[in-house]
Design a protein around this ligand. Structure first.
Ligand SMILES: [Fe+2]
Length: 424
């Protein structure tokens, strides 16, 4: 049952009542909330903050409406834009998203999103809407980027000062069909430029519209900076994982390239199963690292050309659990650690280290088990020749439902031959 409002502090600014903030809470929290209200006045502080935010929101909304007059599509676009902007962490997707939505919000004929190259001083068009053949082009020396490098105010074509701007600025704006250009800055440093073309109603942009676009450009600059940092971080993660995988293979002469091949086959199976991107990412890390625990095994055991003794076998059988413990402290591999632990379990429960069966084994581990077996069968060993893909498929089918999950075996059989050779 819903609780009655506990307290309604009035929201006041300049002696004008704008509204009320209503707080309700579960019965267990009433005493605590009562203390907060009467001893600390926290809710009154919250109301004061809300009172300051409301006029700011009204001001932004008013400015937004001036830009999107008679454009319901523009209004929806603005709402979706704010909601989604900070959630996009891929720079290419972000660039495309910004140009599509800014064009709609401004009811403009075109828009372009330009970013500074990561390892060079030039600025490049990352995405454009309503303009052809500009994506990938760089801005002119002494043009918009130079201007914004020293002046962080907008450039508008129909302003009185435009004719006095440098020729290179006009060249950039002609290339981009730009009417209005705003800088994208982080901490005073120029990271990019946003441009919009003529408005569909042919009216020039007003000063308030320019200021609104400026305000949006701050959000866009932060989102672009975040996306770039995320991309850098992801690339570093991959390089770290590749180093780990190389370290394993340096010890085991017969498994060179094994991690790459198992990853390629696992991802091909994942594609057949139409797994989510999140699963695909985890599978990519886990398959690359599935044998990381072998780093703890003596090279003479790993490279032994004859059969292993029972003691040696028990050492080898520890590698999935050792692998899990190696990656456990790494936060971004938290979902991959269990996958690594269980990559030698069997569908019938006769595997190791835990002897779990069926769907208790993580799905991604079941995929790696099949991919691992396929690569082992098709690779040469000191004691036997490599077998063909057809022979490997036949052998894996023999163990469908005992060693391997039938669904994963069926998915492997649907993987095109070309994808099975990737990584070889
Ligand atoms: Fe393994």
């Amino acid at each position: 049952m819903s609780q009655p409002p506990l307290f309604r502090p009035p929201v006041k600014i300049l002696l004008q009542i704008l509204g009320a903030v209503v707080f309700a809470c579960a019965a267990v929290g009433i005493v605590y909330f009562s203390r907060m209200i009467f001893q600390n006045g926290i809710l009154l502080s919250l109301a004061a903050s809300a009172a300051l935010l409301i006029p700011i929101h009204f001001a932004l909304t008013t400015l937004a409406h001036r830009i999107i007059v008679k454009s319901p599509a523009g209004h929806d676009s603005l709402r979706n834009f704010n909601r989604r902007l900070i959630t996009i962490l891929d720079i290419a997707k972000l660039s495309s998203f910004v140009t599509v939505h800014i064009k709609k919000i401004c009811d403009a004929s075109s828009s372009a999103f330009i970013l500074r190259d990561e390892n060079a001083p030039q600025f490049r068009v990352c995405a454009a809407e309503g303009i052809h053949h500009v994506k990938g082009r760089t801005l002119a020396a002494g043009g918009l980027a130079s201007w914004f490098g020293t002046h962080q105010n907008s450039v508008m074509r129909r302003s009185r000062r435009f004719s006095r701007r440098a020729a290179a600025i006009r060249t950039d704006m002609d290339m981009l069909s730009a009417e209005l250009c705003v800088p994208l800055c982080i901490g005073g440093r120029l990271i990019g430029i946003l441009t919009v073309g003529k408005r569909h109603d042919r009216r020039p942009y007003t000063r308030s519209q320019m200021m609104f676009l400026h305000a949006l450009s701050d959000e866009i600059a932060i989102a672009a900076s975040n996306a770039r940092s995320y991309n850098d971080l992801t690339r570093t993660y991959f390089e770290t994982i590749e180093s780990f995988a190389s370290a394993i293979e340096a010890k085991d002469a017969y498994t060179r390239g094994h991690s790459d091949r198992v990853t390629a086959i696992s991802l091909a199976i994942a594609q057949t199963l139409k797994l989510s991107q999140e699963h695909v990412d985890t599978l990519s890390y886990a398959s690359m690292l599935h044998d990381i625990g072998k780093i703890s095994i003596d090279g003479t055991v790993l490279n032994k050309p004859s059969s292993l003794t029972s003691d040696e076998m028990s050492i080898v059988r520890k590698h999935p659990a050792v692998g899990e413990s190696i990656i456990a402290p790494i936060a971004f591999l938290s979902k991959a650690r269990h996958v690594v632990r269980h990559h030698h379990e069997r569908w019938d429960g006769k595997g190791y280290p835990d002897g779990i069966a069926g769907e208790r084994i993580p799905l991604l581990s079941r995929i790696i088990t099949v991919a691992d077996a396929f690569d082992a069968i098709t690779s040469s060993r000191p004691y036997r020749r490599a077998r063909t893909h057809k022979e490997a498929q036949h052998e894996i089918i023999q163990h469908r439902g005992t060693q391997f999950d039938p669904v994963i075996v069926d998915a492997l059989m649907k993987v095109p031959e070309q994808q099975l050779t990737t990584g070889n």
